[in-house]
Design a binder for this molecule. Structure first.
Ligand SMILES: C[S@@+](CC[C@H](N)C(=O)[O-])C[C@H]1O[C@@H](n2cnc3c(N)ncnc32)[C@H](O)[C@@H]1O
Length: 221
């Protein structure tokens, strides 16, 4: 089943009033905290929140961060705006398609892709666009559910996917082909919730074609 922006707009308009109740359940809360730990934002950094939704990530930002949150859905963004201001942070929320974002190349220190690559119509385009916007050597954290590495979707999983698609997400996307297509340098890939169905993945943009940077930062292994 092909996801579309129009479908997402409709689905997330319906979801927006109750979204926080589901996503606030303990397994998701714990997994999200892991994602933020890996993101390890530092004061003065500029972070891109791709598919910011209702802004569940906003209160988790540390002091002194400049954040830009983009989302396609006005209904979800309205909820995110309701969380502002966040003390000590400068936050801008914009109605933008994450597959084509209106920012200059290499303008963010970090990016968070929480539950967006399995939702947006073209995950690879979204990932490529995020990489374009990162500064050389900058990191991104993905928190999402994907097909287990190297597995093809079973019949049952394909059937279940018809249902989850109606609820606004695809459970049969694999991260590895997207990462490969975009040339992502994956540095962490760890289970985050529900027996590893949800993962936290950290990758970075190469410093340059020839010299990928070594780092001892907390988001590095
Ligand atoms: C499952 S929610 C995740 C929201 C938030 N990141 C979180 O972790 O709770 C997926 C979000 O992706 C947004 N979305 C779907 N298609 C999009 C697109 N093409 N561009 C930007 N956002 C999109 C939806 O509106 C929704 O807010």
């Amino acid at each position: 089943m092909q996801r579309t922006n129009l479908g997402n707009l409709r689905t997330y308009a319906l979801w927006s009033p109750v979204y926080d109740r589901l996503i606030g359940l303990p397994p998701f809360r714990i997994a999200r905290a892991k994602a933020h730990e890996r993101l390890a934002l530092e004061e003065g950094e500029r972070v891109l929140l791709v598919g910011v939704g209702t802004g569940v990530d906003l209160p988790l930002l540390p002091f002194g961060i400049e954040a830009v949150g983009v989302d396609l859905s006005p209904a979800m963004l309205a909820r995110a705006r309701g969380r502002l201001p966040i003390e000590g942070c400068q936050i801008e929320l914009l109605e933008v398609d994450a597959q084509q974002m209106p920012f200059a190349d290499a303008t963010f220190d970090a990016a968070l892709l929480a539950l967006i690559l399995s939702v947006v119509p073209d995950g690879t385009a979204c990932l490529a666009e995020t990489l374009r916007l990162l500064k050389p050597g900058a990191r991104a954290v993905v928190f999402d559910k994907f097909l287990p590495r190297g597995k093809r979707p079973s019949f049952g999983r394909r059937l279940l996917n018809r249902l989850t698609n109606l609820f606004g997400t695809d459970i049969n996307r694999a991260f590895e082909p997207m990462a490969e297509a975009c040339g992502c340098e994956i540095i962490v890939d760890e289970p985050a919730a529900l027996g590893g169905a949800y993962r936290v993945i950290v990758f970075r943009k190469a410093q340059s074609e020839q010299t990928p940077r070594r780092s001892s930062a907390p988001w590095s292994e």
